[in-house]
Ligand binder design. Sequence first.
Ligand code: EPU
Length: 431
Amino acid sequence: MDKIIIQGGVALSGSVEASGAKNAALPLLAAAILVDGPVIYRRIPHLRDISTMMTLLAWQGADVTYDDQHCLHVDTRKADKSEAPYELVKTMRASSLVLGPLLARFGHAKVSLPGGCAIGARPIDMHLKGLEAMGASIEVEQGDIVATVDGRLHGAHIVFDQVTVTGTENLMMAAVLATGTTILDNAAREPENVNLAESLRALGAKIEGDGHNRIVVEGVDRLDGGEMTTIADRIETATYLAAGLITGGDVTVTNTEPVMLEAFLARIKEAGGLVETGDDFIRCKAQGRLKSVDIHTLPHPGFPTDLQAQFMALMTLAEGTSVIKETIFENRFMHVQELARMGADIRLDGNTALVTGHNKLSAAPVMATDLRASASLVLAGLAAEGETVISRVYHIDRGYERIEEKLSKLGARIERHSASEDWMKGVQQND
Ligand code: EPU
């Protein structure tokens, strides 16, 4: 398995371009199942999770082609399998995003129930309850969710118990081809949800309220082919900005959207970092050592859980003690033990981490445990004195496109070593 090796201690500077967002591209691709015509996708990142979704659509019988320009062509008109098998779902839990679209199109869906995950149990009960309210009958048979509906799904008023990003996306997609009006209350307001709603609207869907906590979908009979463009990856953007800050450098990320990162940028300013934004770029520059600030993760527009680990890496070198509270996932502190191997001073108390900053980290061999935890180890490695070796980097490859290339462009001494041993093959990789 590949390893990433970093010689830390170089202040990063310069600019990199944001890639398309993984978590926006995945629901957009699932939405192809609803469309009665070819769809051209733009700004699709080259990532493992995207390849998994492409494999799933192709397995269902869709025509899927990817060119070199981050452009993907999908035509699901010949698709005839309303299933998502365990082999694919176990490698990526976001495969369950096809549940709503399959049911809306075929009146039947058999999707393997995703298992647990490194960051928490992550049930999908709210997706299922919502589909039931829209008329589906749902059974779990031998590990598969089997959903059926007589005729079409119908509109319903659904109130989510808790904000769920993919749950909102799944039900929004199901509602697009349902009869009548669906109201989604306590809906997710993430930019990726808005990207999905805007893209579906461009193909003929009637959706209002995206970006707010009540989304109203008026069902239509069909969606036409057309184009969908993925928004910038806000988590990748912030990770590169954090890479600049943790090394005492000055990094600009281009082709991105500052408005998507307000909570993160506010905390960076509070910590003493210089933040400059334009319509489509963000620059962060270190001005001496950062000061500790507290965060607690929340659904958008709050501080994203997907940046908690990276922010914690920053706080390991800040002045003072930072209180970091994780409120979205119950087990999203897997990076703590690995950061501790690099000299970080972190005390865990339930869902809260107390991070006392010191003025250095030291290099060590560490292991990536999930996607964002891996990003925090890369950040720590960039700042640490000496050589940090990160193993199990397949986690990073799920969400960061050409990470070594982008960081090298900013001056990092980072390389990938491909090892021949594959003793971990078959390991569950399901962030
Ligand atoms: N939840 C339930 N029941 C449900 C659905 C969710 O209890 O039916 C709980 C979850 O267990 C969690 C909370 O609700 O405690 C929120 O989970 P959510 O459903 O919002 O998460 P998700 O949709 O599975 C997406 C992203 C994650 C990101 C979360 C939170 C995609 C493909 N994944 O997951 O991204 O952390 O929203 O923002 O969009 C990542 O990219 O590293 C990643 C894990």
